[in-house]
Design a protein around this ligand. Sequence first.
Ligand SMILES: [Zn+2]
Length: 79
Amino acid sequence: MKSEPPATITPSAPVCHCVFAHPTTVEAAAEVLERVDDALRVNDARGVYVHLIRLFGPCPAATARAQALADVQGLMSKG
Ligand SMILES: [Zn+2]
């Protein structure tokens, strides 16, 4: 019988497991920003609220989210 290799703990970036999924990739961040725009356009206050939570609510992966949002802003400013 082969013995199992010992479990190793590898350090990794915190991951979002939140009820309202926070965007941690450029694509996801761009989509959330688009959804905020859509919700504003149709006066969907609840939609705006939910998507703002996704952008600014507390999240263990907040650093990755901030980087994704910064990257989206960089892409948008290039135009
Ligand atoms: Zn999260």
